[in-house]
Design a protein around this ligand. Structure first.
Ligand SMILES: [Zn+2]
Length: 204
């Protein structure tokens, strides 16, 4: 069980819980002595896409379009966290929890986090650190099946191309998520601008 905050006043390592003070400040509160420390929870944005949805292409345009947020491609932690798990396979729940810890850290400076990733809602809801971020908002980055097939087939040979599985996951995201941003046509900058508008509609 991972935890975010431990009380620095108590002699034992007491895990702190999220709480809100009477004057409305979000804090971490010691369950033993009642000590509070600041612990803001801001909305977390998940731009979920199956392989070849255009996540890599929109990463930099989205970083540029949302300077008030922190935008990450979750793949950036695959190698270092995968190495920590060796010789076992990646602990994917731990991997997702690490991203919640990053989002919580950034929230302390007032920045919401946007993750480009293949996560679905229940994969975050079940995590130990879920309570340390605010509301989560999901959008699907999508393309039609023909475009996805062509993009996957154009990839270098060293990349896996389990095409049917990716088409199936894309169909699931499309069905489940209310906000869908298509990358079939238009530039990555235009898709990034759509995602940025969606993020800002929830930050107002
Ligand atoms: Zn305490």
């Amino acid at each position: 069980m991972s935890q975010m905050h431990y009380c620095q006043n108590c002699d034992d390592p007491i895990p702190m819980k999220p709480a809100v003070t009477e004057d409305g400040r979000q804090v971490a509160r010691c369950t033993q002595c009642g000590n509070d420390v600041p612990a803001k929870r801001l909305p977390l944005f998940v731009v979920a896409g199956a392989s070849a949805s255009g996540k890599t292409a929109i990463t930099q345009p989205l970083i540029d379009a949302l300077p008030e947020c922190a935008v990450f491609d979750v793949d950036w932690l695959i190698d270092p966290l995968g190495r920590m798990c060796l010789p076992d396979p990646m602990d994917w729940a731990g991997f997702r929890d690490a991203w919640l810890a990053v989002a919580h850290g950034l929230a302390q400076g007032g920045r919401s986090t946007v993750l480009l990733c293949p996560f679905v809602p229940e994969q975050l809801d079940e995590l130990p650190l879920r309570e340390w971020v605010g509301d989560t908002h999901f959008a699907a980055l999508d393309c039609n099946d023909d475009v996805r097939r062509a993009r996957l087939e154009a990839r270098p040979a060293w990349r896996e191309r389990n095409i049917e599985q990716h088409l199936e996951f894309a169909a699931e995201l499309r069905k489940r998520l209310d906000t869908v941003v298509s990358t079939d046509e238009g530039t990555p900058e235009e898709a990034a601008a759509s995602v940025a508008r969606w993020v800002r509609s929830h930050l107002r």
